[in-house]
Design a protein around this ligand. Sequence first.
Ligand code: SF4
Ligand code: SF4
Length: 453
Amino acid sequence: MKYANSGDGPTFSVIDIGLDGKVAVLEADTGFWAIVDNSSIGEVLSGEVIEKFLEEEQTLKKEMDFFRFGLKPSAVYFNPTEKCNFNCPYCYIPESIRKYGESMAYDKMEEAIEKLLHYFRSHLPEGVKPQLIFHGSEPMISKDDIFRAIDKFEKDFHFGIQTNGSLLEEKDIKFLKEKGVGIGLSLDAHEEEIADSLRHSWSGKGSFRHILKVISLLSDYPAFNVITTVTNENVSLLPQMVDFYGDHGVRMVMFNPVRCTQEGGKKRKPDDEVMARFFCEALDRTQEVRIKKGVKITVVNFANVLAGILGPTTRRLMCDISPCGGGRCFFAVSARGDVFPCSEFIGFPKFSGGNLFTDSIENILKSEPFSAVTGRKVEDIAPCNRCAIRHFCGAPCPAEVNSLGGTLLAPSPYCKFYEEQVRYGFRVIARGEELNYLWDGWSEETEESYNFY
Ligand code: SF4
Ligand code: SF4
């Protein structure tokens, strides 16, 4: 007879998931879990169930380890310019860079993309295209050069753009749709006055009305999503924003808590528990909208946590696992060619691993700053090393914890928010409602490798 939690048996944690009569039992290292009746915990944590878990443990561990340590970069965040026409107060790129920065000339951009392509081709299976996401500051400041690059390399990359939308014109949207470019748009509130006070140009002018027009032109486009950065100024609006998105044809949103990477973000950090409360209310609202209006809105950052619970390798985003995706699944290139593990590090020169134009990508990926980020594991962080949900949270984000405390080895400033997301995720699973929260196509792109019962 084998027992959990004694002798050489595995260690299982019991987690309150906020449902009467049910709890989750969880083996943290493999991410193996079951939702069980309170009355049967003893039965689950002994005997046949534990024997069966031990038979599969190595396979599950291998899968988790490969996902955490065995992947190679397949994507790059490419900043064509340091400049931004907006001055959002929480931006992770320092103000002086956004105001006076440089843009990459087209010839240099082409040279950089050729080099990236050569690197990706050296290890990606034939036929698999890497991703190149034009990222900010505001990439559309360089839109003529970007569009020229998309034209030239369209057969080689899946392209994406993350933009504030203020410079997008109808003809640009037509071009991006024709080329199948993924488009992420930023919007922080559902009413003009608030939205424009939160995100605006250097002279204080917002572009809410223009963004509404852009959304109407993109609402039928499957590769479109909106990112709402959540601060202490808009956190209470999240449920209302779900209604707004439902009425305006937005089907994929991210409610990302502001990263405390620069002073502006630190000042605007929403309280962790307040963030968790309004975020969960917004998730509830997505279901009310689905039932009342027949409209499915996916909150992608929650869907990713949920996917991580259901199967570690079914995630699409790589912030909520440790090491995070920065420097190991993707990296970021600045407008000067400096390479960072992730865009969040661009304001910190000491995290540059080298320059794309002068150093080899292989050496950059092995550099000290990259190794520090790709070697950051929850096992080395207290209290994450004894947290049962450590592989559903990942203690993000290394850039912000380093900026907050001067060390990479600290827990997430949004620890409670992650806890509540995981509890919510288990409740969704216990009710059998996961497909209502996951992105469309999740089941088709996922193969079940293990089911205990
Ligand atoms: S940040 Fe908090 S929830 Fe996340 S792994 Fe660490 S202790 Fe757990
Ligand atoms: S956790 Fe931070 S550094 Fe890592 S991928 Fe996410 S944003 Fe980038």
